[in-house]
Design a protein around this ligand. Structure first.
Ligand SMILES: [Zn+2]
Length: 228
């Protein structure tokens, strides 16, 4: 991707101040902005292409951070990046894989929707991709995630085990569907809140919620122990 003139000019102004920035535009939705200090006067910046349209104030704040390590300015840049909504890329179809060895996620999703929400709730589900086998010991596993753009739940493939209770899979789906209903918002301090009070209240309505939380920890411990 070539650099839009606006960002080019912005970089040139920083260069005038004696600071060289190397900008790469990305379509990375999870890391909208990544800054790497190369030296005192050189910084590499990976930006989501949406930043090319950012308000001037945001670009100024970013410059303040790069030139003067102004953390207040940086917070405003982060707040801006968290509020960007990017329409889903229609050219990137999602591969849906619901049939596992032990669980059929489509069946469980239908069950959970009907029982606790609305069977017409817009939500799809898939097993996530298995990453490369990790040589390093795992320290975290994200069991599930909700992708609002795609209205999609991804479930970690490690959970497709004989010993994982079906009830846990259902609880996990319930948690992710709570995200579809109790959407993230910004609090008074401008922080992006995902598991906010409304969310937690809804989540806690799940039968045996406390037991499910405990089970979640036990499953996690076992997966770590078995180095899967
Ligand atoms: Zn969550």
């Amino acid at each position: 991707m070539s650099l839009p003139p606006r960002l080019r000019r912005w970089a040139d102004r920083l260069a005038d101040e004696g600071h060289q920035v190397y900008i790469t535009l990305t379509r990375n939705r999870t890391a909208m902005i990544r800054i790497q200090t190369l030296s005192r006067r050189k910084t590499s910046i990976r930006l989501h292409e949406h930043f090319a349209e950012a308000p001037l104030s945001v670009l100024r704040d970013l410059a303040k951070f790069i030139l003067h390590r102004d953390n207040t300015a940086w917070k405003r840049v982060v707040a801006y990046s968290q509020n960007i909504t990017i329409p889903p890329d229609p050219n990137r179809p999602v591969a849906i894989q619901t049939q596992g060895i032990y669980f059929n996620l489509a069946r469980e999703l239908t069950f959970v929707k009907k029982k606790y929400f609305d069977e017409h709730l817009a939500a799809r589900i898939t097993w996530g991709k298995r990453g490369n086998p990790q040589r390093k010991k795992r320290r975290s596993i994200r069991f599930g995630s909700w992708h609002e753009d795609e209205k999609l739940i991804r479930v970690h493939p490690l959970l497709d085990q004989e010993w994982v209770p079906k009830e846990f899979i259902r609880y996990l789906i319930y948690h992710e569907l709570c995200h579809a209903v109790a959407k993230p918002h910004q609090d008074a301090q401008g922080r992006h809140r995902v598991h906010h009070a409304d969310f937690k209240q809804l989540e806690a309505q799940y039968p045996n919620f406390k037991e499910m939380e405990k089970l979640s920890q036990e499953i996690f411990n076992r997966l770590i122990r078995e180095r899967l």
